[in-house]
Design a protein around this ligand. Structure first.
Ligand SMILES: Nc1ncnc2c1ncn2[C@@H]1O[C@H](COP(=O)(O)OP(=O)(O)OP(=O)(O)O)[C@@H](O)[C@H]1O
Length: 279
């Protein structure tokens, strides 16, 4: 069974005249890393909130269609908390997700709330600290950490709850290149562990490197959903060329590579491989 199935999902926030997401259908397989790309305000965060239950449980509005996570309809859960052991979301700003004074307390806060037994709580906490390179950080004060460290603590805290599916909303938006690398390294480890990842990310070059597939959202609808390589190189579809160009430009900005606008599919494939190497 897939990890996530959306069927005809539409959501309009109360008081708004247009739906934020409109008739979205997509499936995410278990262990897959799906990237969500799209310009600002197109409904990316709304999509993630609908998968983890923030919609409908904590946002008012009108919802149609269905969201099935781990074979269970989200609407049938009682609360976001009830869904947390299966699917958890990491918000854009880690500050809003850190509640405890010390790092280790933060990391075991989720498992404690899930009422795991004490031994399991400590075991999961220590494992999360190790996996995310946070050894020695247990007694550090959370609010004194760097942005990248805070985001790693937020991700480690979610990992400690052992969810099958983790949703991340632009986890590196406030981070410098070192912090960004820390976070993507950490997420790569989650993927190795078989966790399903859905990530909204503006840094399209990072999605190009890590995601299995990418969905493009425009005006609340998914207008493309493709394997990452085809997403950037299939010039038979309307959006391919801007995407490859954007990738080239972003890589140029970071000084990683130089690329011209590809004119044919073959050229696009050559450029992509030159930028990112063979898959
Ligand atoms: N709580 C809310 N109440 C009313 N409207 C909202 C609410 N949250 C988001 N919206 C609106 O819904 C639309 C989609 O917002 P959403 O945050 O999902 O977009 P996004 O693609 O994640 O944007 P960004 O990239 O800027 O984070 C926008 O028009 C936004 O203004």
């Amino acid at each position: 069974m897939p990890a996530i199935e959306l069927d005809g999902l539409t959501f309009q926030y109360r008081g708004e005249s247009e739906p934020a997401i409109d008739d979205v259908s997509l499936t995410v397989e278990r262990g897959e890393f799906l990237g969500i790309a799209g310009e600002t305000g197109v409904g990316k965060t709304t999509l993630l909130k609908s998968i983890c239950g923030i919609i409908p449980f904590q946002e008012a509005g009108t919802r149609e269609g269905s969201v099935v996570v781990d074979s269970k309809r989200v609407i049938d859960a009682e609360s976001v908390d009830q869904l947390a052991p299966t699917v958890s979301m990491i918000l854009q700003n880690p500050e809003s997700q850190l509640f405890n004074l010390r790092v280790f307390d933060e990391i075991i806060w989720g498992p404690e709330n899930l009422e795991m037994d004490r031994e399991e709580i400590v075991r999961r906490g220590e494992e999360a600290m190790e996996l995310f390179g946070l050894e020695g950080f247990g007694d550090r004060i959370t609010y004194n950490l760097s942005g990248g460290e805070k985001q790693k603590v937020a991700i480690a805290s979610v990992y400690a709850m052992n969810p099958d599916i983790i949703l991340l909303d632009e986890p590196t938006s406030q981070l410098d290149p070192i912090g960004t690398e820390m976070v993507f390294d950490a997420i790569d480890r989650l993927v190795d562990e078989g966790v399903t990842i859905v990530m909204v990310e503006h840094k399209i070059e990072e999605l190009a490197e890590y995601a299995d597939r990418i969905a493009l959202l425009e005006d609340g609808s998914v207008t493309r959903l493709d394997e990452t390589r085809s997403f950037f190189t299939d010039t038979t579809v309307e959006h391919a060329r801007p995407q490859v160009t954007q990738l080239g430009m972003q890589l140029n900005e970071t000084g990683v590579a130089d690329v011209d606008v590809p004119l044919t599919q073959d050229e696009a494939v050559v450029e992509y491989d030159a930028l990112l190497g063979e898959p």
